[in-house]
Design a protein around this ligand. Sequence first.
Ligand SMILES: NC(=O)c1ccc[n+]([C@@H]2O[C@H](COP(=O)([O-])OP(=O)(O)OC[C@H]3O[C@@H](n4cnc5c(N)ncnc54)[C@H](OP(=O)(O)O)[C@@H]3O)[C@@H](O)[C@H]2O)c1
Length: 338
Amino acid sequence: MKTVRIALIGYGNVGKAFAAMLLRKEDYIREAFDAKAIITGICTKSRGVCLCPDGIDTETLTDDMFNKELDDFALIDSGEYDVMIELTPINIMTGQPATDHIRRALQRGKHVITANKGPIAWYYRELRDLAKKQGVGFCHEATVMDGTPVYNLTKETLKGCRITEVSGIFNATTNFILTEMEKGVSFEDAVEEGRRQGFVEADASMDIDGWDASAKLTALMNVLMDVEITPLDIDRTGIGGITKDDIDAAKAQGKRIKLLCRGRVEDGKPVGTVKPTWVDEHTLPAIMDATSSYVTIDTDLMGATTVIEEPFEPEIDHTAYGVLSDLFRILTDYENGF
Ligand SMILES: NC(=O)c1ccc[n+]([C@@H]2O[C@H](COP(=O)([O-])OP(=O)(O)OC[C@H]3O[C@@H](n4cnc5c(N)ncnc54)[C@H](OP(=O)(O)O)[C@@H]3O)[C@@H](O)[C@H]2O)c1
């Protein structure tokens, strides 16, 4: 049986949920891949690095098992691991420091998984090519719509299809706010309710101003349409200007307002838009309520395929599963590499 050693860079909500899921699926991993996956290194910004070549027992992990003298690059550059999983907070405007983490691990010939969309929205082509050159896997399923299969779906089941357009609702926070406003709740109270329920950040501006949706659209276009754009290239309008009157005016005409994303290549140029759009009330985008989201992938050979992410409890398991499914992809694609 082979042993797959994992280094976690970032151990917050996703890192902890992934570690717990890895334990839950221990038997499955042994049976399906004849493998044992162990976490040999964990790094956080404030705690430093915890190392254990035989595998960290994440159920009994405590702060005093971390060495504060060591940092992210100490683990990435010198740690003993096969797969580096990048789970630090996103910087939508730079993709850093996650991109440097990923680049350095790939340069060492390590497989990489990330749930951080920053590097995919800013440096995807460089990182993809580096992984290819190094003969290692670079997977990022959880960067858009959590664990809902989008990249894996296209890779596995739409072979030979050219993707001509991606569209959908990619941001749960804005969809929730718009849904609440339709019930008569004010914009501010809707944001507050989202915070109370735990999925709206203290600073919600990246969602409200459409940056998060733009980063996701950019990531999808870079990966699925092989273009090289950044979130700055998206024609972006957020929902900050939407008023109760707008919602009521749309409703009076049998419509709803949704923050729609759409990306395609026109005359050889990538064109991406994120903007509040009036949609007919019985169409797919209109029935996406609260924190649901969807993506439609249009192709040359078989038209459109749509994937919907429905709310699920605990929601963080969606993301953890996206990371775990990437680990399974690496175990499948590099079966003899461990
Ligand atoms: N949460 C979700 O539902 C979700 C869904 C999809 C994608 N994602 C993405 O997944 C990633 C992780 O999200 P999360 O919710 O787990 O974030 P989180 O709870 O804020 O945890 C982030 C972790 O990264 C650590 N960290 C920060 N800077 C670091 C650095 N330079 N080097 C090493 N560690 C560093 C933090 O350390 P300290 O604890 O010491 O500060 C913390 O352990 C983000 O990129 C996010 O966008 C999250």
